[in-house]
Write a protein that binds this ligand. Structure first.
Ligand code: ATP
Length: 358
């Protein structure tokens, strides 16, 4: 296949420069047929600009966008077999649910009866009751409006759906529900979904693969599991939730040394090419309270100074000089002691990695 193995969309050196600023910088990427690919990154990293180029709403400065082997750089958005799903705010407020869903079919000249049948099919797929067909979009809830926005995008059967932070305006509980529903709809429709968000948590729940963006570049691409357990840089490791990141040097013996910790530490197998200095990454769930120093490969003495309930888990903060270590335990494994007491904490090397400062 010209577009690469199983790829529906191929990006080659895709670049967008705004007044000398490289908003998207030489991106190479293959998006696979039927996958849910999420682009995450902090504000200003270039996610929206990249998505707008893919959807035909922005012209690349250089590079190519290839859909099923055909270069589509110069094809306008309305002539591409793709569709952008925005926040529900982009619905027509004065039209009812049915008219909103059927909009793209109407401009393509599909007869009314056929349009209505398709709208009702999509409403059922998206778990919207049939009688909403005639209801004004202003008289349904935020979550329902988001489903209507998705039904409208699916109406003309696009090959790829692009999502521009569609859930960001919704409250936490509704967002969590819709994340799962969107994943179900992805599975049911078998379409290719490309999604952008600044929330890695959201990306983790829904995606087959994630691309992490920084300063216009994709710095890591992988499954949610790979991004979480094998980040390739300090930037990616810190982007993925709470984490302990310790500046370390590599000793000639192969052990690690941190300025604030008196003992040498056992190094992990995964060093990501770090030879002399880098950062040790220990996730909060792999740190534990010890009874004796020998109970883990590495240990450190600190003072327990904070404890937060996170629902099913409890987070502890332990101060070691200037450093703060974060530990997380399930509620039934809660630490028995109280705040302000000296504690021994530790971790096994196998549960850690070393990353470079990129
Ligand atoms: P956010 O999460 O805040 O939406 P983002 O990752 O989507 O951010 P972009 O909106 O793609 O980032 O912006 C990337 C960079 O390009 C930013 O520095 C932004 O200021 C700049 N930029 C975006 N659009 C334009 C434009 N039309 N003209 C000039 N600069 C722009």
């Amino acid at each position: 296949m010209a577009a690469g193995d199983g790829a529906i969309l191929l990006l080659k050196g895709l670049t967008k420069i705004f007044a000398g600023h490289r908003a998207v910088d030489a991106i190479d990427l293959q998006i696979r047929e039927g996958e849910m690919f999420t682009i995450v990154g902090p504000s200003g990293s270039g996610k929206t600009t990249l998505l707008r180029m893919l959807a035909g709403m922005e012209t690349p400065t250089s590079g190519d966008i290839i859909l099923r082997g055909q270069r589509i750089n110069d094809i306008p958005a309305n002539r591409r077999p793709t569709c952008m799903v925005f926040q529900s705010l982009a619905l027509f407020p004065h039209k009812d649910v049915g008219d909103n869903i059927e909009f793209s079919l109407k401009i393509r000249g599909v007869p009314k009866a056929e349009r209505k049948q398709r709208a009702l099919e999509l409403m059922r797929l998206l778990r919207l009751p049939d009688h909403y067909y005639d209801r004004a979009v202003t008289r349904i809830s935020g979550g329902e409006r988001q489903r209507v926005a998705l039904a409208r995008a699916l109406a003309f059967d696009p090959e790829i759906l692009f999502f521009d932070e569609p859930l960001s305006a919704l409250d936490y509980k509704l967002r969590k529900t819709l994340e799962k529903e969107l994943k179900d709809i992805h599975r049911e429709t078998k379409k290719t979904f490309v999604y952008i968000t600044h929330s890695l948590e959201e990306a983790m729940v829904m995606s087959d693969r994630i691309g992490v963006m920084r300063d216009g570049r994709l710095v890591q691409i992988g499954t949610p599991q790979e991004i979480y357990t094998e980040p390739n840089s300090k930037f990616v490791s810190e982007f993925v939730g709470d984490v302990n990141v310790l500046s370390v040097s590599v000793l000639p013996s192969g052990k690690l040394k941190a300025a604030q910790i008196p003992h040498e530490m056992v190094a992990p197998a995964t060093m990501n090419g770090v030879k002399s200095a880098g950062f040790l990454v220990v996730r909060p769930e792999f740190l534990r309270f010890l009874d004796a120093p020998g109970d883990a490969d590495n240990h450190v003495v600190g003072r327990l100074y904070n404890e937060y309930a996170l629902g099913s888990r409890i987070q502890y903060q332990v101060r070691v000089g200037e450093l703060v270590f974060v530990l997380e335990k399930l509620r039934h494994e809660a630490f028995a002691g109280g705040l302000d007491q000296e504690v021994l904490i530790g971790w096994d090397a196998v549960n850690t990695i070393v990353v470079p400062d990129r």
